[in-house]
Design a binder for this molecule. Structure first.
Ligand code: URA
Length: 236
């Protein structure tokens, strides 16, 4: 999903219900501005975050939203669900219904996984985080039913063939933290990937928690179910 780029003339024509000739006239009369600069080019590219004014009245203004949420177990990573509470339902009252509706989830977690979930309405940002080219790391804390052995480290690093998708997983780093706990670092996100990888050792995952995505670390002051805006200065 990418932010659709549009031309200014098409936007004005649709929004103000005027034809393209009338749009040219409005521009010649200096009545349209984009991001506080008077527009002169009918073909000027705009996107949904461009602030567009007509006679000093704002006709488009969408704020880019970047949110970090501490997802509890039992909440579904979806925008709507008939059975379970969704991550959108958990978002604070600070967001309007329209803002909530504009959001998408950057890398889902399973129903019974807890931890860091990012949400945004800026698909350029989410694409950077999810594109396989960028190999963004995701850290998980995994608790297992059976004891871990060093054999896991090699098998995870080598990659595992998933017959259903006909792919071999990218190298996965596994740090053994204790007999039943490991940190797992992924650079991709295959369906139920961690559970399936431990499944190869017949070792069920009893708890799974995501602690970070790239340089975004779940804020230690955030309580389970809480969310907060990510500061623009932290985005880079
Ligand atoms: N791997 C899983 O098995 N589940 C998750 O939620 C994330 C990674």
């Amino acid at each position: 999903m990418s932010i659709s780029r549009a031309r200014l003339d098409r936007f004005i024509s649709e929004k103000c219900q005027v034809n393209r000739k009338a749009v040219r006239l409005l521009l010649a009369q200096k009545r349209i501005s984009v991001d506080n600069v008077i527009a002169t080019d009918i073909a000027q590219p705009i996107d949904k975050f461009s602030v567009i004014s007509f006679d000093d009245k704002i006709i488009q203004q969408h704020q880019a939203l970047y949110i970090m949420l501490y997802k509890p177990v039992g909440v579904v990573c979806a925008t709507k669900d008939k059975q379970h509470k969704t991550v959108i339902d958990l978002l604070s009252e600070l967001l309007t219904a329209d803002e909530k509706a504009s959001l998408h989830i950057v890398g889902r977690l399973d129903l019974n996984t807890s931890g860091l979930v990012l949400l945004t309405n800026d698909s350029r940002w989410s694409e950077q985080l999810t594109s396989p080219i960028n190999k963004v790391t995701k850290h998980y804390l995994v608790t297992l039913q059976e004891p871990l052995t060093n054999d896991y480290i090699k098998a995870f690093a080598k990659g595992m063939y998933f017959d259903y998708e006909k792919i071999t997983t990218k190298p996965v780093i596994l740090h053994i933290l204790s007999q039943y706990q490991a940190e797992v670092i992924l650079t991709e996100g295959r369906y139920h990937q961690i559970k399936r990888m431990f499944g190869r050792f017949n070792n069920p995952v009893t708890a799974l928690h995501r602690t970070s995505i790239g340089h975004f670390v779940l804020d230690k002051d955030l309580l389970v179910g809480e969310s907060q805006f990510i500061k623009l200065s932290d985005l880079l």
